[in-house]
Design a protein around this ligand. Structure first.
Ligand SMILES: [Zn+2]
Ligand SMILES: [Zn+2]
Length: 318
């Protein structure tokens, strides 16, 4: 190869480098979303990783690599391109519900989980202040807890009943997949205890647990009155673990907005269902949710890394 060609090759390589560096730097610098858990505590950080885990750390340092990746350096580990970070996270998480259930089973208490879909922590607090949760507000204040990402029902519900983050449940989306980890219902059954789920018109997670499905028989635009009636019958002789999943607050929130009068009025209906169910039941009760919701146009959505979506209440009545 002549000298001329070498010079030409060198110029081409130089040009490619310049063009690609210009391309990298012309793109916006990738940033990581940071949301505040609480103002008053210093609990460190919760980092949501791309593969669906939640890692806790006391210290971190965020930087951008030359290839425009976000690098989060912590004392014991490094995370590349996290989904987001919660600064001062609450010390409770949706994955703690499993241990709460197992503790009850250990002490031979039966347990009722009342699951109000879409009720984020901020809306729970707001609804109490506005008088839409008259019964629930008489109970001990719910703990603020983190949910998992993406903040959609299939993913978060699976983490609620397995105690594992999506990285370990394998459920990262609405795609139906066989669960590889045990649920609270599997563990209850291994201990000779019975479980049941009272659901809407379809199962959320493919599982062996007995599930009672409901349809909107009276065509009043919600299945929750039917779910409530089924639950009240079940409560005459409840299983050791009973989970009742209400959908209407989430449905109305999507349609009209999570803080709309329509959604909040429906929440008040659910509050009365909760009151009647709790008074019929002797055992431990957990009232909780899977994710929150934020306003979009005239309706509501969830699934994003926003504080309105990512925090849920966990209310316990012994
Ligand atoms: Zn949901
Ligand atoms: Zn929803």
């Amino acid at each position: 190869m002549g000298k001329k060609y070498l010079v030409l090759l060198f110029i081409i390589i130089l040009l490619v480098c310049v063009v690609s560096l210009t391309f990298i730097y012309s793109k916006d610098v990738r940033e990581v979303q940071i949301i505040k858990g609480s103002e008053d505590k210093t609990n460190g950080y919760a980092i949501y990783t791309e593969d669906g885990d939640v890692l806790y750390t006391e210290n971190l340092e965020v930087s951008n690599s030359i290839l425009n990746n976000v690098i989060v350096k912590c004392n014991d580990f490094t995370v590349k391109n996290p989904i987001g970070i919660v600064d001062n996270p609450p010390n409770k998480s949706i994955t703690d519900i499993k241990d709460m259930v197992l503790k009850s089973l250990e002490s031979n208490d039966s347990i009722l989980i009342i699951y109000i879909d879409g009720l984020g922590y901020e809306l729970y607090e707001e609804s109490i202040n506005l008088g839409y949760l008259p019964y629930i507000s008489t109970l001990e204040k719910g703990a603020k807890a983190l949910t998992v990402y993406p903040s959609i029902t299939d993913v978060t519900f699976t983490s609620m009943v397995t105690g594992e983050t999506p990285k370990y449940t394998g459920i990262h989306s609405r795609d139906k997949k066989k669960l590889e980890v045990d649920t609270i219902f599997d563990i209850a059954s291994q201990q000779g205890k019975s479980s049941k789920i009272i659901e809407g018109n379809m199962r959320i997670v493919i599982d062996e647990v007995e599930t009672v499905l409901n349809i909107d028989e009276n065509k009043n635009d919600t299945i929750d009155d039917e779910i409530y009636e089924t639950a009240m019958i079940e409560l005459e002789n409840p299983t050791d673990v009973l989970l009742v999943h209400f959908h209407s607050y989430d449905d109305f929130g999507h349609k009209y907005g999570p803080d709309s009068t329509q959604a909040l009025k429906q929440l008040k209906v659910l509050d009365s269902y909760v009151e009647n169910m709790v008074s019929k039941f002797s055992g431990k009760v957990i009232i909780t949710s899977d994710h929150g919701m934020h306003n979009v146009g005239n309706g509501g959505e969830h699934g994003t890394f926003l504080s309105l979506d990512m925090f849920i209440p966990i209310i316990v009545k012994e």
